[in-house]
Unconditional design. Structure first.
Length: 621
C-alpha cells in the first residue's frame, strides 16, 4: 500500500507541521494494519525553503551551533548570508551531495578512563542532515518499538528506568540481562541500514542515496571513505541507530511481549497466563536506550538462553557483536544492575505487594566524576578577573549542580547520595566566597533560583551584587521524584500527543512561524535590492517576532495583515551579527513604519502612540 507518491507545496511552517503529522498518521495506520508503509516524493519536501528554514532554526537553537566543523564555519556564517543564497546552496547540495570530511574529537566517558570518539560535521552537512531528519523521523517514529527510549522525542532515561521498575513489580521476574553491543556505532553495516530504512517505508531512492553518502563521509586526516559505522555526533545518527536496532526490538518483542495469542484477552494477566502455558516460550521484556539495553526474564536458565539467542541474532542479521565481557546476567534481588548512570536493585519489604521494593542510586563512579567537575568550577570563582565574571561563574556552577539533581532525582536514594557529596563542596564554596567578601546566608534569602531556594533555610555561600544576594546552590536541595510510565500516545506528531506532553511537563511545543503574511513579506524584501542587510537571520526571526507581538503592531495595536506588515529594526547601526536578532526587531503596520522613518509632526496623535513613535525615532539616531 503506497501512502505517498506526490507531495504538497509548502507555503509556510504550518503546512510543514501538518504534513509531518500526516506522515506519522499514515505510517502508524499501515503498521496497525500489518502493512508495509511506502513513502515516495520525500526529496521535494526536504528541499523546500520552509524545511530548510526550519532546519537552520533547529540547529541555531542547539548548544553545538557555534562548534565549527572541519571547514571552520559556524551557524553564524550561515545566518549572515542572503536568504536566497542559503536556500539555493542547500537545494543544490541535496541534488549533488558531497559531504565534507568530519572533524573527530575524543571526549571522556563518564566514570571511565576510556574516551568516546565524536564526529563533528560541517554546518552545511548539519543543515542537510537536519532537513532529512525532519521529514523521515515521523515515518520511523510511528513504527518504532514502544519501549526504546533513547534519542526519541518526548522520551528520556527516567522513563526507561520506570519501565524496568514496573515490569519487575508486575511480573515478579528478577533476572536481568545487561546487554552491551561491542563498538555499536562503529560497526553498523551501511547496506543493512539502507535496507532497513526501505523496509520501514523510506522508498524515495534519492533520500536513501543521500543517507548512504552521509554514512560514507570520511574523517579529516584519517580516512577518505568510511566503510562501516555511523558518526557519533551527527544530527541524524541517533535516528539511524534506532532504525538499525528496530529489527532487534521486533525480534524480542514478537517472541513474548507482542506475541499473538489464539484468543483476545480483556486484561493483561489473562494474556500473560496464556503465553506461559504455551510451554516453549521464554519470558522476555526489553527496555532499550539506544545501544544500552536490558532484558528482564524469570530464571537464570532463561536469561542464558536469551543471551545465546541474541548473540546469534545480532551476528547473523545485523553484523553486530555482543560483548562477552560487559554483557552480564544479574539477579536484582542479590546484586544491582547498572543502567543509564543509575544502579537498580530490589530489596525485601513486608509491606510491598510482591514482597520487594525498588532501591535505585546514582552510579557512584559517575556521580563522583560529576561532583569533581563541580569542585573544580567552584575553585575558579575566586580566579575570575572582575565582578561580572565572578557572577557568571557562580551561575555556571549552579547550572551544573541543578543538572545533576534533575537527572538523578529519579533515584529513590537521591537525597542521601547527593547530601554526602554536598558536604564535600560546602567548605570549598564557603572559603572561596569569604575571600571575595561574601558570607553564609539562609538559602531562602538569596535572589537567584528562588523557586528552589525559597523551600530551604540551610545556609549557603553567597555574595552581594548591588541590592541582590547571589548564592551557590547545594546538591542537598533535592528530593526523589516519582516518574510516570511513558504514554505511547504522547508524540510530537499528533494533536493529542502534544496536549499530553503539555499536561505532563507544562511545556508548550514551539509554535510554527506565521504563514501567508510572512510569505508575501519575504518575497517583497528579497526583491528589494536597496534594503538594509536582510540576511537569512532576518527572515528566520520575523516569525518569532510576529508571534512575540501576537500579530499586532507594536505602535498602534492593530492586527497585521498580508499587505500591512513590516519588521522594523530598532537600532540600525548594530553589527551584522546583532542587528537581525529578535530583541532588535518589532512588528509594525506600514503606516506606523513610515511614521517612524519620517520627520512629520506626530503631536496630534494619541499620547500612547506618539510616545512609542518618539521612542523608536530616538533609537534610530
Amino acid at each position: 500500500m503506497e501512502q505517498q507518491s506526490d507531495y504538497p507545496i509548502l507555503k509556510n511552517e504550518w503546512d510543514l507541521h501538518n504534513y509531518l503529522d500526516e506522515l506519522y498518521a499514515k505510517a502508524r495506520m499501515a503498521k496497525e494494519r500489518g502493512e508495509k508503509p511506502k513513502f515516495k516524493g520525500l526529496l521535494e519536501i526536504i528541499s523546500s525553503p520552509i524545511t530548510i528554514q526550519t532546519a537552520v532554526h533547529n540547529i541555531k537553537s542547539n548548544r553545538g551551533a557555534e562548534t565549527p566543523g572541519s571547514d571552520d564555519t559556524t551557524i553564524r556564517d550561515f545566518l549572515e548570508k542572503p536568504f536566497g543564497e542559503v536556500i539555493h546552496a542547500v537545494q543544490e547540495g541535496l541534488k549533488n551531495y558531497q559531504p565534507i570530511p568530519i572533524r573527530r574529537v575524543h571526549i571522556p566517558k563518564p566514570g571511565k578512563q576510556e574516551t568516546r570518539p565524536l564526529g563533528i560535521p560541517s554546518i552545511f552537512d548539519r543543515v542537510i542532515q537536519e532537513c532529512i531528519r525532519l521529514v523521515i523521523e515521523p515515518i520511523l517514529e510511528a513504527q518504532f518499538f514502544n519501549h526504546s527510549y533513547g534519542f526519541r522525542p518526548y522520551r528520556d532515561a527516567h522513563m526507561a528506568l520506570e519501565r524496568i521498575t514496573n515490569i519487575v513489580h508486575q511480573t515478579g521476574y528478577h533476572w536481568v540481562i545487561e546487554g552491551d553491543i561491542s563498538k555499536f556505532f562503529d560497526t553498523i553495516s551501511h547496506t543493512k541500514l539502507i535496507k532497513q530504512l526501505w523496509h520501514l517505508g523510506i522508498r524515495d531512492r534519492r533520500i536513501l542515496m543521500l543517507i548512504k553518502q552521509m554514512l560514507k563521509t570520511g574523517i579529516m586526516n584519517e580516512v577518505k571513505v568510511n566503510p562501516e559505522g555511523t558518526q557519533q555526533g551527527g544530527i541524524i545518527s541517533p535516528l539511524l541507530a534506532n532504525a538499525y536496532l528496530n529489527t532487534f526490538d521486533e525480534y524480542i518483542a514478537n517472541a513474548w511481549e507482542n506475541k499473538k495469542t489464539r484468543h483476545q484477552y480483556a486484561f493483561a494477566n489473562g494474556r500473560l497466563r496464556a503465553l506461559r502455558n504455551q510451554g516453549t516460550l521464554k519470558p522476555a521484556y526489553l527496555v532499550r536506550y539506544c545501544d544500552d539495553w536490558v532484558i528482564i526474564t524469570n530464571t537464570k536458565k532463561n536469561a542464558e538462553r536469551w543471551k545465546n539467542h541474541i548473540q546469534q541474532k545480532l551476528k547473523d542479521q545485523l553484523k553486530l557483536k555482543l560483548s562477552e565481557e560487559k554483557t552480564k546476567l544479574t539477579c536484582v534481588k542479590k546484586s544491582p544492575i547498572s543502567f543509564l548512570g543509575f544502579t537498580y536493585k530490589v530489596v525485601p519489604s513486608g509491606k510491598a505487594r510482591k514482597g520487594y521494593v525498588t532501591k535505585t542510586h546514582p552510579h557512584p563512579e559517575r556521580l563522583k566524576c560529576k561532583v569533581a567537575e563541580i569542585r573544580k568550577e567552584v575553585k575558579k570563582i575566586y580566579k575570575q578577573p572582575d565582578r561580572e565574571l565572578i557572577f557568571q561563574q557562580i551561575l555556571k556552577v549552579n547550572a551544573m549542580t541543578r543538572g545533576i539533581i534533575n537527572y538523578y532525582q529519579a533515584a529513590t536514594h537521591v537525597y542521601l547520595d547527593l547530601c554526602k557529596h554536598a558536604w564535600g563542596i560546602f567548605p570549598i564554596a564557603s572559603r572561596v566566597i569569604k575571600k571575595l567578601g561574601g558570607g553564609m546566608v539562609p538559602a531562602n534569602q538569596v535572589s537567584n533560583l528562588q523557586d528552589i531556594h525559597q523551600q530551604y533555610t540551610k545556609k549557603i555561600a553567597a555574595i552581594q551584587d548591588g541590592n541582590r544576594l547571589i548564592g551557590i546552590t547545594s546538591l542537598s536541595f533535592c528530593k526523589w521524584q516519582q516518574i510516570k510510565l511513558k504514554n505511547r500516545k504522547e508524540t510530537p506528531y499528533t494533536v493529542e500527543g502534544r496536549e499530553l506532553y503539555l499536561k505532563r511537563t507544562g511545556k508548550k511545543t514551539t509554535l510554527p512561524r506565521q504563514d501567508e503574511i510572512l510569505s508575501s513579506h519575504l518575497l517583497s524584501k528579497i526583491h528589494n535590492k536597496g534594503s538594509p542587510p536582510y540576511n537569512f537571520e532576518y527572515f528566520l526571526n520575523r516569525g518569532y517576532t510576529f508571534n512575540r507581538d501576537k500579530g499586532k503592531c507594536r505602535i498602534c495595536g492593530e492586527y497585521l495583515s498580508e499587505t500591512n506588515v513590516e519588521f522594523h529594526h530598532i537600532q540600525t547601526k548594530l553589527t551584522l551579527d546583532m542587528v537581525n536578532r529578535v530583541p532588535n526587531l518589532v512588528s509594525v503596520c506600514t503606516t506606523c513604519h513610515d511614521l517612524i522613518h519620517s520627520n512629520c509632526n506626530i503631536s496630534n496623535l494619541p499620547k500612547s502612540k506618539s510616545r512609542k513613535l518618539t521612542r523608536m525615532r530616538e533609537k534610530l539616531t
